[in-house]
Each structure stands twice: as C-alpha cells, then as structure tokens.
Ligand binder design. Structure first.
Ligand SMILES: NC(=O)c1ccc[n+]([C@@H]2O[C@H](COP(=O)([O-])OP(=O)(O)OC[C@H]3O[C@@H](n4cnc5c(N)ncnc54)[C@H](O)[C@@H]3O)[C@@H](O)[C@H]2O)c1
Length: 261
C-alpha cells in the first residue's frame, strides 16, 4: 500500500492518548516521522515507544510560550523542519455558563485556542521557510452548536475554527494548507469525563449513525487532509460526527430503540 505521508515530519500535539495518539499512529503507518508532544511526558514516551522508531516523544505545555519555543527547538534540532501540524491538544469542562469562573475560562481558552495559535504560528513560520506544509486544527461540534456546559470550550473551539479560515487565507500563497476537523462524540478519556449517562443516551438518540465515533475515524480524516489527495481543500471544516451536525430538526429516534453500539 502506498505510504501517503512518506518522508514527512509531523507534529501532533496532545498525542499521548486518544485522538492524537490515533492520528500519530496513522501518520507513522503512512510513512511520516511523528513527534508525540504532550503535557504528559511519561505518556508521550510510552506512546512513542508503542509506535516505534518513527516516533519521538516530547513534553510540552501548549499554553506556555516558553514550552512551545523549547519544543520547536527540539523538533528542529532532530528533524530540521516540520511539514505537518495537527493541533490536537485540548481540555474540556462541563460547567454551566453562570458557574464558569474566570480561571476556568482562561485555562480552557489558553490550551484550546491560545495554545493552538502559538503552535500553529511557530510551525507555519517554519513551513514558510521550507516552502509549504499542512495544518489541521482539531475543532469540535461544541464550537458549532450551543451545548450545555460548553461556554469556554465551545467558544475556544469556535475561535479555532475561525482562526483556521484566517490562516487559510493568509497562508495559501505560502503553499500551506489549513483545515479543521470537527469531531462529534468520540470515545476517549475527555468524552468519559465530559459525558454523563444522560449525555451519552442523548448522543445515541440524536446522532443519525447512533454511535460514538472512534479515534481511528478521526485519524483517517487527518491522513486524508494531510495527503496530496486533499491539495485543493483549504480553509474547510470537515465534520466527522456520524451525521450529527446535518441531522434535520425533525430527526427523531425512538428512545426505546436500542443503540447500535
Ligand atoms: N473525544 C471527543 O468526543 C471530542 C469531540 C470533539 C473534539 N475533541 C477534541 O479532540 C482533541 C483530542 O481529544 P481527546 O478526546 O483525544 O482527549 P484526551 O483527553 O483523551 O487527550 C488529550 C491529550 O491532550 C493532552 N494535553 C492536555 N493539555 C495539554 C497541554 N496544555 N499541552 C499539551 N498537551 C496537552 C493530554 O495530556 C492528552 O494526552 C481535543 O482538542 C478535543 O477537544 C474531542
């Protein structure tokens, strides 16, 4: 099978586990060298060991400019360039708007939006230098629809989706593709923390495909967007959500119908 990312240097933030790990694993399978950069340094080392010699672990806090600068230095020292960035590191919370503290707000915006901005800017500067690249920002359905408890998280993800569009416009001439993947409900640790039993039941009822997605299904979309096959897809948001976003207002599912999974 052709390796669609052969020889590419790919940075995936938040890739010690979950969606990021699945993306890094798929990128390595497609021939890329991957940097597993995560706040959880031990987890990143374990994840990289699981992927094999194509993977390099790094400890980073994407919300900290000094940490981002140190990460870039290490990547450039090891590989000399970065061709692909997946801005995946993210944290969530399920806090009602009226109870969202400024500290919660700043923390969630700091990682999900400001962190993504800082990493993207640092990588894009390198991509400009080498003549091009691919950037995928991991957004969320919560950045597109008003969800309970998602004031800070939803605002951060909506901001990231708009940042994608501005970057796409400004970086097109530098041969840098920028797109968003907006996952729906994906079975990972963040979902376990944010989705209580009622939320899970509601998702099964409201997602036309009536199941959670898998991290590998997000990874498949990321491989596609970072491959040559997606060269003219630019500034786009690709929802990978089992049809949730497009379901009609009259869409109903009998709550007594057992879920598919
Ligand atoms: N799982 C879902 O249902 C879902 C839905 C929509 C969007 N997303 C988004 O997908 C991305 C990945 O989510 P996941 O479900 O795999 O979550 P996860 O919690 O399983 O993994 C997130 C990873 O990011 C790392 N991380 C957190 N803060 C960091 C920081 N400051 N610097 C570096 N790394 C940091 C964590 O250590 C962890 O390894 C997130 O951006 C999330 O918002 C997830």
């Amino acid at each position: 099978m052709t390796q669609r990312l052969a020889g590419k240097i790919a940075l995936v933030t938040g890739s010690a586990r979950g969606i990021g790990f699945a993306v890094a694993t798929a990128f390595a399978r497609e021939g890329a060298k991957v940097v597993i950069a995560d706040l959880d340094g031990a987890g990143a080392a374990e994840a990289a060991a699981g992927i094999g010699p194509a993977a390099m672990p790094l400890s980073v806090d994407v919300a900290d400019p000094a940490s981002v600068a140190a990460m870039m230095e290490r990547i450039l020292a090891a590989h000399g360039r970065v061709d692909i960035l997946v801005n995946n590191a993210g944290i969530g919370a399920n806090t009602p708007f009226l109870e969202t503290s400024l500290a919660d707000w700043n923390r969630i915006i700091g990682v999900n939006l400001t962190g993504a901005f800082m990493v993207a800017q640092a990588c894009a500067r390198e991509m400009v230098r080498v003549g091009g690249g691919k950037i995928v920002n991991i957004g969320s359905l919560s950045g597109q629809r008003g969800g309970n408890g998602r004031a800070a998280y939803g605002a951060a993800k909506a901001g990231l989706e708009l940042l994608t569009k501005v970057m796409a416009v400004e970086l097109a001439q530098a041969n840098i593709n920028v797109n968003t993947i907006a996952p729906g409900a994906i079975e990972t640790e963040i979902a376990k923390a944010m989705h209580d039993r009622a939320t899970r039941a509601a998702y099964h009822r409201l997602i036309p495909m009536s199941r959670y997605g898998t991290p590998e299904e997000i990874a498949d979309a990321a491989v596609f967007l970072c491959s040559d096959e997606a060269g003219y897809i630019h500034g786009h948001t690709l929802n990978v959500d089992g049809g949730f976003r497009e379901a009609g207002l009259m869409f109903t599912r009998d709550p007594d119908t057992p879920a598919a999974t």
